[in-house]
Design a binder for this molecule. Structure first.
Ligand code: GLU
Length: 418
């Protein structure tokens, strides 16, 4: 049976509240998303037939600021997943202390089956359908699984055409030409690298002696692979939907990345080097390595396969890749898990930089963007680490506690309306 992602999130939050003895009344509102919108999207296909797709936008919380979160185009997207992903955004933004709430959107569609024109029409129709909910002060979408800067450009354009003037700050993750920020594409991967460097320092380990396996070579996985490879790590395994590659002496990440960047290439088509071995995704998760980075989809490490995981450290590149039951088992086994709401927050942090630049009609250098990213992440990492020591819990709960305290503290100061 499929794990319910939203229930998984609730269990994480409830347990964090229990650790700090937080009264139920003080956080109960966070158990419910503020707004959920479901839309039907009729699309004229290139062959002139019409297909109807289902789309969603959920605002979990706007307590701290406008809703913020990506839009996912994937064949398995369901409302409960979107609710869970929106809630994780609330906790992510609170954890790293940026002035946003949490939201998420999605369309249940297999994008690989759509032409470029169909994708554009679907994106514009979806933007129009969720238009009452979004806006620079209300809710700001961004890329997620299956979406990219081009899709963000179309969202910006559709919103602007409807308003009658250009509104760059309505969406982040755009191309530079239409108001995107330098460094946004690589931000999540760079953030993962910064976090890993901080953790290794605490553990007295050196990045150049570290072996890493990465599941997923989309935006997050491939940017993390490149950043970590440049920092001197040995990436011994990577995978995508088509399967994986393993080399105990380290893979040639630059060559693999260059190959995958050419259009819609898959790893299974990569002309492997003589001592590279083909592996499955399950084998990748079971790779003997120092650090495992699940950077594909949710629910990859569950009670079913957690016993096969051999990594000492897991850094969640994806949102929700570990179920709460598997998480508890890993903690008991002494595996350090850096949770999604901290580990992959580099993306939304640079989205925040983009939004600030758009609002100020200003452009930062890449150096300024990365300096801001590093400053925010360093503080967030230290807070989550300290909180896990203070409450003698995992880093996941350390991070959830930091976020929960910030959210409930704000709620207390604002008061409950009416
Ligand atoms: N989809 C990304 C995430 O899950 C980025 C969200 C954003 O930039 O708003 O964090």
């Amino acid at each position: 049976m499929k794990e319910n992602q939203y229930e998984n999130f609730i269990r994480f939050m409830d347990h964090a509240a229990e650790i700090i003895g937080l009264p139920y009344d003080e956080y109960v509102s966070l158990r419910y998303p503020e707004r959920e919108l479901k839309v039907s999207l009729p699309l004229r296909m290139d062959d002139n037939s019409i297909q109807v797709f289902e789309g969603y936008r959920v605002q979990h919380s706007t307590l701290i600021g406008p809703g913020k979160g990506g839009i996912r185009f994937h064949k398995d997207v369901e409302l409960d997943d979107v609710k869970a992903l929106a809630a994780m955004m609330t906790f992510k933004c609170a954890m790293v202390n940026i002035p946003f709430g949490g939201a998420k959107g999605g369309i249940r569609v297999d994008v690989s089956k759509l032409s470029m024109n169909e994708k554009e029409r679907l994106t514009r129709r979806y933007t129009s359908a969720i238009l009452p909910l979004i806006g620079p002060d209300k809710d700001i979408p961004a890329p997620d699984v299956g979406t990219n800067p081009q899709i963000m450009n179309w969202i910006m354009d559709t919103y602007s055409m409807t308003k009658g003037y250009t509104v760059r700050s309505v969406v982040t993750g755009k191309d530079i030409e239409v108001g995107g920020s330098l460094g946004r594409n690589e931000a999540t991967g760079k953030g993962i690298m910064f976090i890993i460097l901080q953790l290794l320092k605490k553990m007295d380990m050196d990045i150049t002696n570290t072996t890493i396996a990465i599941q997923g070579m989309g935006n997050v996985g491939s940017s993390a692979a490149r950043s970590l490879y440049e920092a001197g790590a040995k990436i011994i395994a990577v995978s995508d939907v088509s399967g994986g590659l393993y080399n105990e002496n380290g893979l040639d990440i630059n060559d693999i990345s260059a190959f995958l960047d050419q259009g819609r290439n898959l790893l299974s088509d990569y002309p492997q080097k003589p001592d590279d071995k083909r592996i499955t995704n399950q084998e990748l998760l079971a790779t003997e390595c120092d650090i495992l980075i699940p950077a594909a989809l949710q629910n990859q490490i569950t009670s079913k396969n957690v016993d096969t995981v051999k990594a000492k450290i897991i850094v969640e590149g994806a949102n929700g890749p570990i179920s709460d039951r598997a998480d508890a088992i890993l903690y008991q086994r002494g595996v350090t898990v850096v949770p999604d709401i901290l580990a992959n927050s580099g993306g939304v942090i640079v989205s925040y930089c983009e939004w600030v630049q758009n609002i100020q009609a200003h452009m930062w250098s890449e150096k300024e963007v990365y300096a801001t990213l590093e400053r925010i992440l360093r503080k967030a990492f230290n807070q989550a680490y300290k909180s896990s020591k203070e409450y003698e819990c995992s880093m996941r709960y350390g991070a959830y506690i930091v976020a929960l305290k910030k959210l409930t503290g704000t709620l207390k100061k604002r008061g409950l309306y009416p």
